[in-house]
Design a protein around this ligand. Structure first.
Ligand SMILES: Cc1cc2nc3c(=O)[nH]c(=O)nc-3n(C[C@H](O)[C@H](O)[C@H](O)COP(=O)(O)OP(=O)(O)OC[C@H]3O[C@@H](n4cnc5c(N)ncnc54)[C@H](O)[C@@H]3O)c2cc1C
Length: 426
């Protein structure tokens, strides 16, 4: 059995005695876990990645209809780990962001030209990002082992390693186990790590539209009383101009909107988009995502570390959840690779402690900012509306403040891991 194979389990203890020995085992092959696997394997770290879903299921168009705004620093990471080359024709630049408060004319306008030549970010449909990650994961025979579909049933650890037991009878022994399992992480629970969080009583409705006029790379976010309504520029598909919509609604209203037939649903969308894109039509199915915020009380426990939504799940109001996960990936890869060069174990205590300090404070700040923004903007209370409009207008008129906001959107501020600065680790 070569390690480049997708190791499919045969249920019913088909491999009762097989133990896969590796440096790092990642549980969860979503966008964060998959990127981490590519980053580690590319830097010579033996890695096994496990997912309960068949890889072909995760790249099917109906699995995930969202598109992600990837910051410039996230793009650099994806370039450094070999994923971006599979996405060149699939990504579209975000050149401007226009933010409006409801029907008010006051808006905040970010233009990439105020900072230089680089776009503020890039839009990529998740299905393409997932496919690019899957393609890149196949480029590391001998270093990266994919085990799917398989579920982890238990985790144990001793002084030298951690061991995962799988539902097909196999075991994976690794120096470090990483949970990239998303919000409902089992490894987090088994490690006794609690989470703080709440639901927002809001649901994000996601749909893709075709439109008559070009979007010119401009992202729009309208703050409506029930939540933000974002119109995000996708690359043309050769036939038509396209945008991805993220429409945040009260949970009960979202259920009713999701039940509308296509004509009525399109009418609701057209009302909210307005006329600037010309005639609209729907492409593909619509999706709904109940929203919540969740933050782990610790990011590490012994030989286990959390990345991505397993560590922090935030409101999509600023399109930052995946970007934070990519920062986790870049930081943890840097720590593991630097440690290996010094002959240290992937779970060396100083490295684990550094990861916790480095990522937890940064993620907590963004989780707090997104939570406050959502509370401030998702209402129609007169005095609050007035003060936020004054705030938007002030940011728009103070160039240094405006530049700082743009740098945050580009993900270029803070203690950036080297891969996010485009620097190699070896
Ligand atoms: C509407 C919406 C729009 C968004 N837009 C943006 C955006 O524009 N920009 C941005 O940066 N972020 C955005 N986000 C956030 C982003 O989508 C998430 O942060 C990101 O998808 C999290 O990825 P993940 O890999 O950590 O987790 P997940 O996507 O949840 O992946 C977890 C994986 O682990 C597997 N798994 C789970 N448990 C087990 C187990 N026990 N054993 C084996 N496998 C397991 C699952 O099958 C899955 O494949 C948005 C979110 C929403 C809801």
């Amino acid at each position: 059995m070569t390690s480049s194979q997708n190791l499919k389990p045969q249920r019913g203890s088909a491999h009762p005695t097989t133990t896969i020995q590796t440096d790092v085992a990642i549980v969860g092959a979503g966008m964060v876990g998959g990127t981490l696997a590519c980053a580690l394997a590319r830097n010579g770290i033996r890695t096994a990645i496990i997912d309960r879903l068949e890889p072909s299921v995760m790249v099917a168009p109906e699995f995930d209809g969202r598109a992600s705004a990837i910051a410039l620093s996230g793009r650099r990471l994806l370039e450094m780990v070999g994923i971006w080359r599979h996405l060149e024709k699939r990504s579209g630049p975000i050149r401007e962001i226009r933010i409006a408060d409801g029907q008010s004319l006051l808006f905040l306008h970010f233009d990439h030209a105020d900072l230089g030549d680089e776009p503020l970010g890039f839009m990529i449909e998740n299905r393409h990002l997932r496919a690019a990650i899957a393609t890149e994961m196949h480029q590391h025979p001998g270093t990266l082992t994919t085990v799917a579909p398989a579920s982890v049933t238990a985790m144990s650890s001793d002084a030298d390693s951690a061991t995962l037991s799988l539902d097909d009878g196999r075991k994976i022994r690794a120096s470090l186990v990483i949970s990239a399992e998303g919000r409902g992480s089992k490894l987090r629970e088994w490690s006794g790590i609690s989470v703080n969080g709440w639901t927002y009583a809001q649901t994000a409705i996601v749909a893709t539209i075709a439109h008559e006029r070009p979007h010119d790379g401009i992202a729009h976010e309208h703050f409506l009383p029930a939540g933000p309504f974002a119109i995000l520029p996708l690359p043309d598909d050769g036939k038509t101009h396209r945008s991805s919509l993220v429409w945040t609604e009260r949970a009960d209203a979202a259920t009713a909107y999701m039940a509308l037939d296509d004509d009525a649903f399109l009418m609701e969308i057209s009302d909210r988009v307005g006329g600037f894109l010309g005639a609209l039509s729907l492409i593909g199915p619509r999706f709904s995502h109940p929203l919540g915020m969740q933050f782990a009380s610790r990011y590490t426990a012994g030989r286990m570390a959390l990345v991505g939504d397993a560590a922090h799940s935030i409101h999509p109001i600023a399109g930052q959840g995946l970007n934070l996960g990519l920062r986790d990936v870049a930081a943890l890869t840097e720590i593991i690779v630097d440690g290996k060069q010094l002959g240290l174990d992937a779970a060396h205590p100083e490295g684990i402690a550094r990861y916790e300090r480095w990522r937890r404070s940064d993620n907590l700040l963004m989780a707090t900012v997104t939570d406050v923004l959502n509370r401030l903007f998702s209402n129609d209370v007169g005095p609050i509306r007035l003060s936020r409009d004054i705030g938007l207008a002030a940011v728009n008129r103070i160039p240094p403040l405006k530049r700082l906001f743009m740098q945050h959107a580009m993900g270029t501020v803070g203690d950036l891991p080297r891969l996010m600065r485009g620097e190699s680790l070896t």
